[in-house]
Write a protein that binds this ligand. Sequence first.
Ligand code: ADP
Ligand code: MG
Length: 683
Amino acid sequence: MSAHEAAQVRVSVYEHEVKALLSEAGVPVPRGVVGRDLDFSRAAELAEPLVLKAFGPGLVHKSDVGAVALGLSRDELEAAAAGMRARLDVAGFLVEEQAEAGVELIVGLVRDPGFGPVLLAGLGGVWTEALRDTALRLCPISEEDARRMLASLRGSSLLYGRRGGPPVDVDAVVKLLMTVGGPGGLWERLELGEFELNPVIAGPSGVIAVDARYLPSPEPAGSGTSGAATDFLPLFEPRAVAVVGASTTRPNFGNMFLGFYRAAGIPLVAVHPSASEVAGVPAVPSLAEADVDYALVAVPAERCAEVVRQAYGVPFVQVMSGGFGEAGRPELEAELVEAARAAGTRLLGPNCMGVYCPRGRQTFVGGGLGPAGSVALISQSGGLAGEVIKVGERRGLAFSRVATVGNSADVTPAELLRWLARDPQTRAVGLYLEDPRDGRELSEALRSAEMPVVLLVGGRTGQGQEAAASHTGGMVSDRRVWEAVAEQAGAVLVSSQDDLIGVLAYFQAHGSRASGADGVLVVGPSGGASVLAADAFDLAGVRLDPLPGEAPDALRGLGVVASGNPLEVPVGPLGRAALVPDVIAALLRHRAYRDVVLHVNVQAFFTYGDAAEPLYAYARAVAGAQEALPGTRIALVTRNGECAPAGVEDEVRRIAAAAGIPVYRSMEAAAVAVAAGGLYGAA
Ligand code: ADP
Ligand code: MG
């Protein structure tokens, strides 16, 4: 059966039945009558012009098959109906009053497989697919969500009546959106499936839903979230750890972990069926005999459940091994979860790497522990987590806690996020996700987290659900749902590992700085770089306001022309290192800025000689500016850093970091971080 046929078979609620439901819920619909035969005498009570619509099991997109006739008089109904009956398999007819023309909107609901009911609203009618101008939110929406959805449409001016046309009753549209997707709305009562009002005609004196489509589908079984909240502290700071699976003869992953843990200096025991020690680490025959807070299991998938069943009294077990759900063996994964429940332990993974927490001597990466800090990371990919730790530390990040969760069969990203959001050691959280498992739970955890959360999502396809029978289904893609999740929660959605690190570095440095001001000032050498800086910020959604009116006078004494924002100030090996800080100080006397972004062309310091010292002097002057302006968020962009000899960039970064300044290698990266910063603690 094709997707289209499947959709047709699923049609079981006819338009007039959906409209009855709508009317009851308070959504205006046209007055109409339904006839199974060709007797339209009951249409006498309706005001002309009339609309005739045929319905039947195969009639999904009615206008496509000629099952809608508009602008009819009563006298014309019989003939129009006979024509439809001759061509189509008709179960009956709906005759209704024709609403006055207005702005045609689409309002729809679908159940996203990860996040549950999603509301879509946008420009509708015959142009729906061509315009694809819609906004998405997870249900329930707030009234503010509804207004922001409408305002975000490219064609929003049609609603607000800017082009001379009469404005639309936006409050009525908002009320309709709330009735469909708000608290206690239709989304709670419908079995989604798909539900769509297309079009809703909006005019100056209200809205009316002239078409309604509802394709029920049985609700998926609830995932049944766990009971009491778990304290994850022993996961990150265990008293002692056990490693299951290291070999006395053939070194494997388990042996590698024994090495990491030994180097980290945490009390350690190996679990081995026969040996009394493995690679110099004392061994016990079973987890039941290990007095530890955390066990890492690295044995073949088939044997994991048996190992986990012995984990009485061990609060956390991490199963590193793959070969479960991700390899098409969900039954092995279910058995593993069952074993963890039976042993009373919480399971991380399977198919992950481990936990990293310098404070707790927890690790899964070689090369020693980095500094303890305030940035947390939850990752469904162990490999990516390792990269973010190593690259991030190189770029100055210091981690509070990192957990890899792989398939998230038991402990989910949402559950960890809730705990981390209350962890006194953590001030910002990064998340790398591929399949959130319980999307609704995750979106609630995101909404309730009050600290900055940065999301990187892998596998966000832009494609809507293929089998969708409604426009709504076809326009709800993974990418758009994640955008809605982030928007509703006030979380930052980034699109690369580099931006994940860059935005986390921004929050690490500036998370608690607040000047009470908004606005971004960009300062650096003149020319194309300044022009491109403006473009980079524009692309990231950050507007650079003009300089304050006092700028020309304030800067004249320093010999600087108030060229605009970005402000062009010479920065180079021959210039005065403190010129830029002096310029900032002079300007900020007249207007505060939330962010000041300074850029420098590193190449200019090295092409004609080795001028590392002037570059360091500049960095020190910038550091001094940050110390003098504790509420202002300064960022430094070191463009063309590859032209500097080895070690120079690290030294610049070190000088900046000591003053709490994040350093970026491109304007684009800085712009993404500064834009993200606008979501938190602006004032
Ligand atoms: P379809 O199944 O093709 O989506 P609709 O019921 O939406 O059929 O009708 C097609 C178009 O006809 C609508 O987009 C709308 O412009 C117009 N229309 C349908 N019913 C009415 C009505 N009662 N009043 C005004 N216009 C209507
Ligand atoms: Mg329609």
